[in-house]
Design a protein around this ligand. Structure first.
Ligand code: UTP
Length: 295
């Protein structure tokens, strides 16, 4: 039987150069989608799926991330004194339990594989989730978000799990790509994987989309992986090596992913998430219709 997955690693040490100048002083994970920081949306997804411990791999200039997941005494006191009890209750509900967060630093942005490796001592010897917080997800017909679907696949198959999505074959060179060895429908056994394949060489149009369940042996492998695409230590290269020893399964995410790490994706995320909010959607739709009518 597979072990329970209790911990999630959120690599948040990247520089966010695609969304400059917004990210000159604000970490890209703290930009807001509707009224919540991008990272809060990712943590919400993990909490909904039953994750209990949240590990953030941060870097310099990311201190606001730690503050966001702490109490803000003056603010909370003032909200209570002014009778803003709904706002106070919402802040309290978002706060992770005492001791349920850990922060470590990646001293230089050497790549996603290196960022995950930085969490090795905090994760320890148990399977764990990896959530790229700039990719935020909305449920599809299955009503769950991406990491919950990965956990379901993990219960079904064990091994290591990678969430995938289909893209146009013209875009595969921008992503990590997997191929199918045996298809089970929603899930499949992965045959191979490659990071940013040269145009025309991709084994499929199924891209790795930012959610993983990994066995702890990945850390030993990542310790030996050399720099790959973009001069960075790539998680995909580590997983490829681990796949020589352990099984990997893909799960086709039923839902919608927005890449807030690009300017267009960030704008799309705001629209998609606002349209899902019962308190905002009606007025927002009316404004959108007016804007679209004027195009
Ligand atoms: P990205 O490549 O999307 O992030 O990495 P980035 O480097 O911040 O983006 P750009 O291209 O400069 O705009 C995916 C995730 O991995 C983290 C990022 O913070 C992001 O959440 N990451 C990436 C690290 O934590 N460390 C790294 O060395 C690289």
């Amino acid at each position: 039987m597979s072990k329970r997955v209790r911990k999630a690693v959120f690599p948040v040490a990247g520089l966010g150069t695609r969304v400059l100048p917004a990210t000159k002083v604000i970490p890209k994970e703290m930009l807001t989608v509707v009224d919540r920081p991008v990272l809060q949306h990712a943590v919400d997804e993990a909490r909904e799926a039953g994750i209990e411990h949240f590990i953030f791999v941060t870097g310099r200039n990311k201190a606001t991330i730690e503050d966001h997941f702490d109490m803000s005494y003056e603010l909370e006191d003032t909200l209570q004194k002014r009778g803003k009890l709904k706002e106070y209750a919402e802040l309290m509900a978002d706060l992770p339990a005492a001791g349920a967060t850990s922060f470590t630093r990646q001293q230089a942005p050497l790549g996603l594989g290196h960022a995950v490796w930085c969490a090795r001592d905090i994760v320890g010897d148990e399977p764990f989730a990896v959530i790229l917080p700039d990719m935020i997800t909305l449920p599809g017909v299955r009503k769950t978000r991406c990491i919950a679907q990965c956990l379901e696949a993990y219960e079904q198959h064990g091994g290591n799990i990678i969430a995938v999505e289909e893209v146009s074959p013209d875009d595969t060179h921008l992503y990590g790509v997997v191929s199918i060895a045996q298809d089970f429908g929603q899930t499949f056994q992965i045959g191979g994987m490659v990071e940013k394949p040269a145009k025309g060489t991709s084994p499929s149009n199924l891209i790795i989309s930012g959610r993983y369940i990994l066995e702890p042996e990945i850390f030993d492998v990542l310790a030996t992986v050399e720099k790959g695409a973009g001069g960075e230590i790539q998680l995909t290269d580590g997983m490829k090596k681990l796949s020589e020893l352990q099984k990997f399964f893909g799960v086709r995410f039923d839902g919608r992913t927005c890449d807030t790490g690009s300017k267009l994706g960030f704008l799309m995320a705001n629209v998609a998430f606002a349209l899902e909010r019962p308190d905002i959607a009606p007025a927002f739709k009316a404004e959108l219709k007016k804007m679209l009518g004027a195009l």
